[in-house]
Design a protein around this ligand. Structure first.
Ligand SMILES: NC(=O)c1ccc[n+]([C@@H]2O[C@H](COP(=O)([O-])OP(=O)(O)OC[C@H]3O[C@@H](n4cnc5c(N)ncnc54)[C@H](O)[C@@H]3O)[C@@H](O)[C@H]2O)c1
Length: 298
């Protein structure tokens, strides 16, 4: 979809991080915006920011893990602008690992993460796609997965993001086979400087208490600290937004703004599969951080 200006974009998780970066970039492209987020105060702030950039925009407080709220978001978008051309199913959460074996994480972690990251995307597709198709205009869906959706770990975050990659790839094939005027991309960012590590600020009580990291072993705490540092040194949300705009305009399915070392891990996994090799065991982040820096003398 080449033309963005004067068209309508919906972004979930728009009040922070990648979603906010996207909202600002799409405002600069001249799009009309529907911003959705579970945090009303920060959503109002985000709305003011894109309006200051000249965008016509509305904000709709939405928990993407609740189907009725996503349907209400679609109603509000079509009522205000009459059409939707770009749907960014971006809201997502994670919880820090308490143990290195994510399958042992509390079931509440699994349920919450799958509800937001997977069901949130599915609710978005079901609420918007039929009406986007009915409009007859061009349209594009961008579902935010992660490089975690291309790599593996027995953690609910990885599992949820694999599901997002899978559903989006299926959707892309359906669109192309049916000759629809819609297309789809999966966004798989690497390490991006956002507030994802504080995602439990939005964890509903029904999914159990937030993770008490003081219960974790010293090595797990150290691994979490290494990860936090790596995220802080990561790419900016604005760089991800640039990649998304380029990907939508170029109809690129895989949008992977990820650090080269992460891309190499994806390649290694793909080679394992193609060669029917057992999964490689690249060093963990903690092992990498523990490696002594090379001496200046070489
Ligand atoms: N930061 C990274 O390194 C990284 C890497 C790969 C993928 N991602 C993905 O990018 C997406 C955006 O995350 P981010 O890193 O910008 O984090 P963030 O926490 O900065 O932003 C996420 C936004 O989603 C909102 N949100 C959370 N739960 C919600 C819900 N149930 N309904 C609606 N909104 C909700 C939050 O309030 C927040 O504004 C997520 O899907 C995340 O998994 C992030």
């Amino acid at each position: 979809m080449q033309q963005l200006s004067d068209r309508v974009a919906v972004i979930t998780g728009a009040a922070s991080g990648i979603g906010l970066g996207l909202a600002k970039r799409l405002a600069q492209e001249g799009m009309r915006l529907v911003l959705a987020d579970i945090e009303p105060a920060r959503l109002a702030q985000a709305l003011a920011e894109v309006q200051a950039l000249g965008a016509q925009a509305i904000g709709v407080a939405t928990d993407v893990g609740v189907e009725a709220q996503v349907n209400a978001l679609a109603d509000a978008a079509f009522a205000r602008f009459g059409a939707v051309h770009l749907l960014c199913n971006n809201a997502g959460v994670s919880s820090p690992a308490l143990t290195s074996a994510g399958w042992q994480s509390p079931l509440g972690d699994w349920q919450w993460i799958l509800q937001v990251n997977l069901m949130g995307v599915l609710y978005g597709l079901r609420a918007f796609l039929p009406r986007m198709a009915e409009g007859g205009d061009e349209g594009h869906i961008v579902n935010t997965a992660s490089v975690a959706g291309l790599l593996t770990a027995a953690h609910p975050y990885h599992v949820s993001k694999h599901a997002v990659v899978c559903i989006t790839e299926g959707l892309y094939k359906d669109f192309k086979r049916s000759g629809a005027r819609l297309s789809a991309s999966v966004l798989c960012p690497g390490l991006i400087r956002t507030e994802i590590l504080d995602a439990e600020r939005n964890r509903p009580a029904e999914f159990g208490p937030p993770t008490d990291l003081s219960q974790a072993s010293a090595s797990v705490q150290a691994a979490n600290a290494v990860f936090a540092k790596a995220l802080d040194a990561g790419y900016e949300p604005a760089e991800v937004a640039d990649a998304v705009v380029e990907g939508v305009r170029g109809d690129r399915f895989y949008i992977i703004p990820a650090q080269p070392a992460l891309q190499e891990l994806v390649t290694l996994r793909m080679q394992d599969i193609a060669q029917r090799r057992n999964p490689s065991l690249p060093p963990t982040g903690l092992q990498l951080a523990a490696q002594a820096p090379p001496s200046p003398a070489g």
